[in-house]
Design a protein around this ligand. Structure first.
Ligand code: GLC
Length: 541
C-alpha cells in the first residue's frame, strides 16, 4: 500500500458510476470496466459507498446485511474479482462501514421486533418517560424516536425511521462490528471509511448525539479488534471534530484512525441549506489544521463527496466561461496541501450541479426538506435545492456524449446532468489541457515531491478575500536540500496584481497551472488573470 503522504483516494458512488446490465443503476461490473480509466488517473484507492444488501431508503446507508452484496450491484464473487483486478493495477478498495445504525430490515432489528431481548439490546429502545425527557430531532427532519406498539417502546433513529441506531454501549454490538471488519479484511480490503462514526457514543446528559464520553475508547477497541497494526487506511466521518479530537483520531501512535473528515473548511454552518462557500473560511480553517496536524496527526483533503454539492458549483464558478479554470483552481489549491486527497467521481471532469424539478429528486433528505419547507416558496426552495441538495453529486458519471452519458443504455435511476455533451471523460482524457489531466498531474506530483507530503505550511495573505497564497517548506534530512512550494491563486473573476509574485518567478515555468500558456513559455506575470492559479517549486541549497 502506498504511504498516506503519497496516496490519493477516489470515491465511487456505485449507483451512479457505470451500469453494466442496462437497469439504469450502476453496479460492480461497471466499476470493473472502468478500472483502466482510474488507473490512468493514477489514484491508489477506491472508496465505494455502501454496496451491501439494503432497501436503499438512504441509498445503501441503511444496511440490511453487512456481509452480502446487494443484488442490484452484483455478487460477492464479482466483488472479489473487483478487489483482485484493482489490486493488479496497484489500487486498493476501501469499504464504507455504517456502524452507527442498521436498516430496520437487518436481521438484528427483525429479531428485536420479534421479542428477542439479546437483539433488543443492540438498539436504543427506550420507554415513554425516557423519550419525554430526551427529545431528539432526526438529521433528516422530524422526530428521531419511533414508537413500536407491540413493544410499547420507542427506538432511536438519528436518520430515517428505517435506520435504527445501534447501541454501542453494548459490547456485543462492538464485537459484532469488529467481526464485520474482519470479514472484509479477509476479502482483501485495504481501507475503511466509517460513516458518522462520531455518533456511536452519545452524551445523554448534555443531549448530544455525537462526541460522547466513550467515543475514543470505542474506536481504540475497534482498532485493536480488527484493522490495527495492518496496512489498512482508515478515515472517520466526523462532522463534530475539532482540532483536538482530530489529533486523537489520527494520532501518530496509530491506535485510532489514519485520518478523519472535518467539514469546517466548507462553511456549512448549522443550517447547511443556507450555506455559501467562503474562501476566507476555507483559508482560516486550512491555516489552523495544516500546522495543527503537522507531525501530530494527519489531514484528509476534500471539497466534495456524495453528500455535498459539486465542488466547482459550490466553491468555484460553474459558468461555462470559467468552469474549466475554476475547477482546476480548486484542485490545485487543495492538492498542494499536506494530507491525503479524496476525489469524488466526476470532480476530475469538473462536473457541476444541475437544476432540479421536484419530481426528479431522489434523496430522502431533499424530499423531506421540500415537504417541510413549502412555506419558503418555489423560487427560494428551488434555489436551495439546486445549490445544496445531495442529488447534485449523485447524477450519473459523464463518460461520453452518447445518450445517458455512456452511463447506461436505459433511463438512469436519477437524471443525467444536461451538460454531459460538453463535460465528459471521453473528451477530457484525449485533451491534455483538460480538468482530468490537471488532476492526473496533481496526483503524480504528490508521488514525486516530498514537500507536498511532508512540508510545513504558511498562509501568506490571511486577510485577503480575493487571493489565496501559501508556501510549503521541506528540508530533506539526508541531502539537506530545502524544497519550497509556492502556491498563488487569484480567486476573483478580474485581473489582479499578485503581490507574492516576485522577480524570482519571472520566466520560471510553474510546476502546474490552470492556464495553458503557463506550461509552454513565459508563465504567469504579476498580473494574474481571472482565477489564475499556479504553483512553483523552488530549491534552496
Ligand atoms: C453519512 C453519509 C450519508 C448518510 C448518513 C447516514 O453522513 O455520508 O450519505 O445519509 O451518514 O448514514
Amino acid at each position: 500500500m502506498t504511504k498516506l503522504n503519497e496516496c490519493t483516494i477516489y470515491q465511487i458512488y456505485p449507483m451512479s458510476f457505470q451500469d453494466s446490465t442496462g437497469t439504469g443503476m450502476g453496479d460492480l461490473n461497471g466499476i470493473r470496466q472502468r478500472l483502466d480509466y482510474l488507473s490512468t488517473l493514477g489514484v491508489n484507492m477506491l472508496w465505494l459507498t455502501p454496496i451491501y444488501r439494503s432497501p436503499k431508503r438512504d441509498n445503501g446507508y441503511d444496511v440490511a446485511d453487512y456481509r452480502t452484496i446487494d443484488p442490484d450491484f452484483g455478487s460477492l464473487s464479482e466483488m472479489e474479482a473487483l478487489i483482485a483486478e484493482a489490486s493488479e493495477r496497484g489500487i486498493g478498495i476501501m469499504m464504507d462501514i455504517v456502524a452507527n445504525h442498521t436498516s430496520t430490515e437487518h436481521e438484528w432489528f427483525q429479531r428485536a421486533l420479534a421479542g428477542d431481548s439479546h437483539y433488543q439490546a443492540f438498539y436504543v429502545f427506550r420507554d415513554q418517560a425516557f423519550v419525554d425527557a430526551h427529545p431528539v430531532g432526526s438529521v433528516f427532519g422530524g422526530n428521531a424516536w419511533e414508537y413500536v406498539p407491540e413493544l410499547d417502546r420507542y427506538y432511536l433513529h438519528n436518520f430515517d425511521p428505517s435506520q435504527a441506531d445501534l447501541d454501542w454501549e453494548n459490547p456485543a454490538v462492538r464485537s459484532a462490528m469488529a467481526d464485520v471488519l474482519n470479514f472484509w479484511i479477509g476479502k482483501g480490503i485495504q481501507g475503511f471509511r466509517f460513516d458518522v462514526i462520531d455518533m456511536v457514543s452519545k452524551d445523554w446528559q448534555a443531549m448530544r448525539m455525537s462526541n460522547g464520553p466513550r467515543l475514543h475508547d470505542y474506536i481504540r477497541e475497534l482498532n485493536r479488534a480488527s484493522f490495527g497494526g495492518q496496512e489498512i487506511v482508515t478515515v472517520g466521518e466526523t462532522w463534530g471534530a475539532d482540532l483536538d479530537h482530530m489529533r486523537h483520531y489520527s494520532n501518530p501512535v496509530g491506535d485510532e484512525f489514519s485520518m478523519v473528515f472535518n467539514f469546517e473548511h466548507l462553511g456549512l454552518g448549522c443550517d447547511k441549506w443556507q450555506a455559501r462557500f467562503g474562501p476566507q473560511t476555507f483559508k482560516q480553517v486550512v491555516s489552523r489544521l495544516q500546522p495543527g496536524l503537522h507531525g501530530q496527526g494527519w489531514n484528509s483533503l476534500f471539497l466534495g463527496n456524495h453528500d455535498l454539492p459539486r465542488v466547482v458549483s459550490y466553491a468555484g464558478n460553474d459558468d461555462p466561461q470559467w468552469r474549466d479554470v475554476s475547477a482546476k483552481q480548486w484542485a490545485i489549491l487543495l492538492h498542494m496541501l499536506q494530507g491525503t486527497p479524496f476525489i469524488y467521481q466526476g470532480e476530475e471532469l469538473g462536473m457541476t450541479n444541475r437544476h432540479w424539478q421536484r419530481d426528479e429528486l431522489r434523496d430522502v433528505e431533499a424530499i423531506n426538506y421540500c415537504d417541510s419547507h413549502a412555506e419558503l416558496g418555489g423560487a427560494e426552495l428551488s434555489d436551495r435545492i439546486d445549490r445544496i441538495a445531495r442529488d447534485n453529486a449523485r447524477t450519473p458519471m459523464q463518460w461520453d456524449a452518447s445518450e445517458y452519458a455512456g452511463f447506461s443504455d436505459a433511463p438512469p435511476w436519477i437524471p443525467v446532468n444536461e451538460n454531459y455533451r460538453q463535460i465528459n471523460a471521453e473528451l477530457q482524457v484525449s485533451d491534455p489541457s483538460s480538468v482530468f489531466h490537471c488532476y492526473r498531474q496533481l496526483i503524480a506530483l504528490r508521488k514525486q515531491l516530498a514537500v507536498i507530503g511532508h512540508g510545513d505550511f504558511s498562509l501568506l495573505d490571511a486577510g485577503d478575500p480575493e487571493r489565496c497564497c501559501y508556501v510549503r517548506v521541506y528540508r530533506d534530512p539526508e541531502t539537506g536540500v530545502q524544497q519550497r512550494l509556492l502556491v498563488l491563486a487569484n480567486l476573483s473573476e478580474c485581473h489582479q496584481e499578485m503581490p507574492h509574485f516576485s522577480s524570482a518567478l519571472e520566466g520560471k515555468a510553474p510546476l502546474i497551472s490552470n492556464y495553458q500558456d503557463a506550461q509552454g513559455g513565459g508563465g504567469p506575470s504579476s498580473l494574474f488573470r481571472p482565477y489564475e492559479t499556479a504553483a512553483w517549486l523552488l530549491q534552496d541549497p
